[in-house]
Write a protein that binds this ligand. Structure first.
Ligand SMILES: [Zn+2]
Length: 420
């Protein structure tokens, strides 16, 4: 909704929200999108709904890949014109509010949504389409959350059966969440779902059927429940070779500046979401290449003849993806266990570090010793370094891959900002 059509309270809230964000930026306190949105919502709790009205919105949610997929989807939908988006990973309602408040009247928005807030944001924004990427545990102490989250998503979709769903056929939890049973007596029809297959490597969080508790079996790409009818739906969008097959069977070569097969999967999702806005893949595909680093992830920095690339790995599933993205080059691993990371590092034993064998491996971070034990058990030789500079001096000129969990990643980014 443009400002002119909004109720007075919403207009004031929207304006104050923009001002607060600008003040926060001016004070050097980040981009201000969270504080601005927070103040706006304090003045008008319905501000997000007001700002969403009249726009065609896509929500992107899941445990992994949502920031990157949001960037790629914004680029793809950008074929139609300017797209509002929460560029800084501010993925809760305050961030969405701020993104829309400063977007002006553009009719399109692509918003990354923290998986815990999906129900609330669906309610407020009444989106045209919602993309469900995956559900895996973020940390060990949240293990039970996967099934609970699937349940919450499912309950939310039952209340929004008009939304178009673009969902991952390879993740049993997502498939179950996206296919609530029809209940004609209560006027409930399952939402329309378009399935994509992005190739999922991590299966450890979904071997028990969310419907009946039986074992899920896998063979090749397929999976099925041994106790009920839940099985992998036939995907309409599929990653194949270096490109994506669309529902008509046409293949589109995808040239990304982002590494790894996982990002090809994110590109397939972006094309599928854009198609729900009427954007043809043939028009969108070339725009995907404009996305380079995403909130510093995949950023490349040159220093002392070393080309340093930063990969964020925040949970077991994303460590496997990072190994896949990393070149066969010297690799620095950094682990912290501060609050945002989860305090328990025993998840390290759920990750197979064998792909690193044969590479020069360096370790650092608050919990480097936990990592050392894990690598030793995994027969991966390593060298401990105390600081990032020491890591740089320890490797030959050329590529240095850096894989770090959340706060370790922030530490290294801050250190790199100081040295360049
Ligand atoms: Zn089952």
């Amino acid at each position: 909704m443009t400002d002119a059509k909004m109720p007075l309270r919403a207009k004031v809230a929207s304006s104050v929200s923009r001002t607060a964000a600008a003040l926060s930026r001016a004070a050097g306190r980040g981009d201000g999108s969270v504080i601005g949105g927070w103040i706006g919502l304090k003045i008008d709790p319905d501000l997000l709904a007001h700002l969403s009205a009249g726009r065609a919105i896509a929500l992107v949610s899941g445990t992994n890949g949502k920031t990157t997929t949001t960037r790629l989807t914004s680029a793809a939908v950008g074929v139609l014109g300017r797209v509002a988006t929460n560029s800084f990973g501010a993925n809760m309602p305050s961030g969405h509010t701020s993104a829309l408040a400063k977007a002006g009247s553009t009719p399109y928005a692509v918003l990354e949504v923290d998986e815990h807030y999906l129900a609330q944001v669906l309610e407020a924004t009444e989106p045209h389409v919602v993309a469900l990427l995956n559900l895996s545990r973020d940390q060990l102490d949240r293990a039970k959350e996967v099934a609970m989250m699937a349940q919450l998503w499912r309950a939310a979709l039952v209340r929004h059966t008009n939304v178009r769903v673009v969902a991952n056929a390879d993740d049993p939890m997502v498939v179950w969440a996206a296919t609530p049973p029809a209940d004609p007596a209560r006027g409930i029809n399952p939402p329309h779902v378009t399935w994509f297959s992005a190739g999922q490597r991590w299966h450890d969080d979904s071997w028990v059927c969310p419907e009946c508790g039986s074992t899920i079996q896998r063979s090749g790409d397929q999976w099925w429940c041994t106790g009920c009818a839940l099985r992998r739906p036939e995907p309409q969008w599929v990653v194949e070779d270096e490109g994506v097959l669309d529902p008509t069977g046409a293949w589109h070569k995808v040239s990304l500046q982002l590494p790894g097969k996982v990002n090809l999967g994110n590109a397939a999702t972006a094309l599928a979401v854009a198609a729900e806005f009427g954007v043809r893949p043939v028009d969108a595909v070339s725009r995907l290449g404009i996305v380079t680093s995403v909130a510093g992830r995949y950023a490349q920095v040159d220093k002392d003849g070393r080309n340093i690339r930063l990969l964020l790995a925040k949970n077991p599933a994303s460590w496997l993806e990072a190994f896949d993205m990393a070149d066969d080059a010297p690799t620095l691993l950094s682990i912290n266990a501060r609050d945002p990371d989860g305090l328990d590092t025993s998840w390290l034993f759920d990750v197979d570090f064998a792909p690193l064998r044969g590479r020069q491996v360096l370790i650092t971070g608050d919990r480097a010793y936990d990592l050392a034990v894990r690598l030793d058990v995994n027969d991966v030789p390593f060298q401990h370094v105390r600081a990032f500079d020491e890591a740089i001096r320890s490797v030959p000129p050329g590529r240095l891959e850096v894989i770090a969990n959340y706060t370790a990643f922030q530490d290294i980014r801050a250190e790199l900002d100081r040295v360049i």
